[in-house]
Design a protein around this ligand. Sequence first.
Ligand SMILES: *Cc1c(COP(=O)(O)O)cnc(C)c1O
Length: 391
Amino acid sequence: MNKLIPYGLHEINEDDIREVTKILKTNSITQGPTVELFAKKIANYVGAKYAVAVSSGSAALHLAVASLDLKKGDEVITTPITFCATSNVVLYQGADIKLVDIDEKTLNIDPTQVEKAITSRTKAIIPVDFRGYPANLYQIHKIAKKYNLKVIEDGSHSIGSSYKIKNKKYMCGDCLHADICTFSFHPVKHITTGEGGVVLTNDEKIYKKIMKLRKHGVDRRSDMFDKNKRIGNWYYDMEDLGYNYRLTDFQAALGISQLKRLNKFIKRRRQIVNYYNSSFKDIEFIKTYNELKNIKSNYHLYVISVLKNKNFDRYDLFNYLQSKKFAPMIHYIPIHYLSYYKKKYNFKKNNFPISEEYYNGCISLPLYPSLSDKDVQRVVNTIKNFIKKFN
Ligand SMILES: *Cc1c(COP(=O)(O)O)cnc(C)c1O
């Protein structure tokens, strides 16, 4: 009997287990030195100056947005094709989202549309590196400079992805075309800490603010102590309204151990993608998405589109795959289709036609480092058998 093959899966090995166990036997199990070491290693990996490791990718996004002091009436531009955490964090701060459509080739937010959507209320842009494919950060950064906006890169999918501009290589997360970038370490992402995330920046002020917001906005500094007033170094103050977004040391130990295998993971994912791409190349009505020349994606997801035709649609293929013991997924239900957002902003069908057309046809196929050649072959054969039924 074939086992169920999901669309994504984490990989935990004996090294991971040993590293986590080591920390569990020490006196520091919640946020401590291992969390800071993990953050430093992530910063070094992507080439950013500062990193703050936190309890989830959503927490990372929330702290990123919170560090910008958004208020009611402010607007943040983002994409409909993302997980709802991206837009939710903007609402947590009392600001509004403004969606703009995607580019049909990259499936990422379209910089031209971004520029058209800017108003006097716009304060920031959150591009998402959807499926690991870097958003057009170079163009978005240029637009942000022109209109004095902040850029938060939602890099939940894109640790290890890079792009070239004028022959210079940029890593997602290096924050050279963004003020802040966030990663997620949820088990479905490239490397995992169970739950976890990180905020990256090159801006010392933002870094310090996020460090403080991660621990309730509470700080203790020598300038708060006063011998004359009999205030000793027990004293602390709460200067901003913050949160408990701490990661634990044993999670960070898992992250450090996983990070050692990240490049290997990416290499395997890219192998599988190459095989998929060449296998589906000549199948009518199945569209694949290739990289532009200057892009190197880590391939968080492998999405295909079922193009409109009179024989079958995405619903048929999805159910067929399920019946053959695969667990494909749809990434994503567009933000403006979700009831909460539809009601709040009165979104209508056809507001974002490219996102909607993409959504109508998309399926994410199995893609993860431990997927065997045999299983990859089985995915390809299953899709070919499905297509054969209509010939
Ligand atoms: C996973 C994800 C998040 C949230 O990360 P969590 O670690 O699950 O909180 C945010 N945005 C995108 C695009 C994601 O895929």
